[in-house]
Ligand binder design. Structure first.
Ligand SMILES: *Cc1c(COP(=O)(O)O)cnc(C)c1O
Length: 389
């Protein structure tokens, strides 16, 4: 089946739910069993189905089956947020004395978790230059367990050569974990790039409507899946069933939504790149972006999220610009139907590589509004910037 058909059909089984098109929300804690034999079978070690609400419900299994089908992995574990999917995946595989390599462009809260809690547990953490490629081999130690990649990088949108990094990691017996939130399960297929665990903030495009928190991690094979799922069951990590329903609902339309986010994102980014006030745009789908060749090789599309560096200008001018905008909300997260803008400071987080910017940095999420209205709002924003320069 072609991908758009998989998006519509995967994880659905109306025959099991009185013909209902969507798998209903199973509001479940207790699951009862009619006989002792069935009770014993449901609760035996290694059974993750039909056991207890925390371990999973039919809604959970439908969501996980749908994501697994799209990602092309063995199976998926859903969790309460994208961050929880990232931290739980790391904890499921790292032990005291292990070493983990994490890209310097990683989503900020993962850096914070690694620098505080992983190090507290005696796990060695090294951040590396996202552009390192196959030279990652020189940083791999005997105790390196995981190489963590994210492409394009959070805030800076730099691309990583994931197949080269995967090859070096696997040659040394290390696993590769990827935050695939930007690529989405539609535009990037991490398992084709050598990744072992692919992780999503489903809060973004999978839910897609800024109304739910959800995360998931998909494992390339059964062994990795069992280790991850067992850890989550033991730790008590699970996703809420209402959120899983919203995740499934969002997933059914992800392909058509993304087409529009991609189109508007590229058009806005190109328009911004040509403006006097802008030093450069950070968007790997633009032909002159330094990461364009890697993006073209490894991704099938781009989402609506990209970065922007203004020419040097005082903070008050940028604040006036942002305050004047009416269509771009300011706040965390992205991937919903609405446009967003956020001042960022990527250079402040880097420890393993330099990040130079001529002026203030912004991050834009291109929503589903009309492109002309989005440009007009920025146009009057630039007028406010100039008036306060
Ligand atoms: C938002 C985000 C996360 C975290 O997801 P939450 O659901 O907000 O916890 C992880 N990675 C990336 C790249 C993100 O943008």
């Amino acid at each position: 089946m072609k991908e758009d058909t998989v998006i519509v059909t995967s994880g659905r089984s109306p025959e099991d739910h009185n013909g209902a098109v969507n798998v209903p929300v199973y509001r479940v804690s207790t699951i009862t069993h009619p006989t002792v034999a069935e009770l014993e079978s449901a609760t035996k070690a290694g059974n993750f189905s039909n056991r207890y609400g925390r371990v999973g419900t039919p809604t959970t299994e439908a969501f996980e089956a749908a994501v697994s089908a799209l990602e092309g992995g063995f199976n998926t574990v859903s969790m309460s947020s994208g961050l929880s999917a990232l931290t739980s995946s790391l904890l499921a595989f790292l032990s005291t004395g292990d070493h983990v390599l994490i890209t310097d462009s990683v989503y900020g809260p993962v850096r914070r978790f690694a620098s505080s809690h992983l190090q507290r547990l005696g796990i060695e953490v090294t951040f590396y230059d996202p552009l390192i490629g196959g030279d990652i081999a020189s940083l791999i130690q005997d105790n390196t367990k995981i190489v963590f990649v994210e492409a394009p990088g959070s805030l800076t949108f730099d691309m990583q050569d994931i197949p080269a990094i995967s090859a070096a990691a696997h040659a040394a017996g290390a696993l590769v974990f990827m935050d695939n939130t930007w690529g989405t399960p539609v535009y990037c297929k991490p398992f084709d790039l050598g990744v072992d665990i692919s992780i999503h903030a489903c809060t973004k495009y999978i839910c897609g409507h800024s109304d739910a928190m959800l995360g998931c991690a998909t494992a390339a094979n059964e062994e990795l899946y069992i280790q991850l799922k067992t850890f989550c069951v033991h730790q008590g990590v699970c996703a809420g069933t209402e959120e899983l329903f919203l995740g499934l609902r969002g997933l059914r339309t992800i392909s058509v939504r993304l087409e529009r986010h991609m189109k508007t994102g590229i058009e806005l980014a190109s328009w911004l790149a040509a403006r006097d006030e802008v030093d450069r745009v950070l968007h790997p789908a633009l032909p002159d972006d330094p990461g364009h060749a890697l993006w073209k090789r490894d991704f099938k599309g781009s989402c609506g999220l990209f970065g922007l560096i203004l020419k040097d200008v005082r903070k008050e001018a940028v604040d006036a610009m942002l305050d004047s905008l009416s269509l771009y909300g300011m706040g965390a997260s992205w991937g919903g139907f609405e446009s967003l803008i956020l001042p960022t400071n990527p250079g402040a987080y880097r420890t393993a590589s330099k990040w130079e910017a001529a002026g203030p940095s912004l991050r834009i999420h291109a929503g589903l509004e009309d492109i002309d209205d989005l440009k007009a709002d920025l146009e009057q924003g630039f007028a406010a910037l100039k008036a306060n320069a």
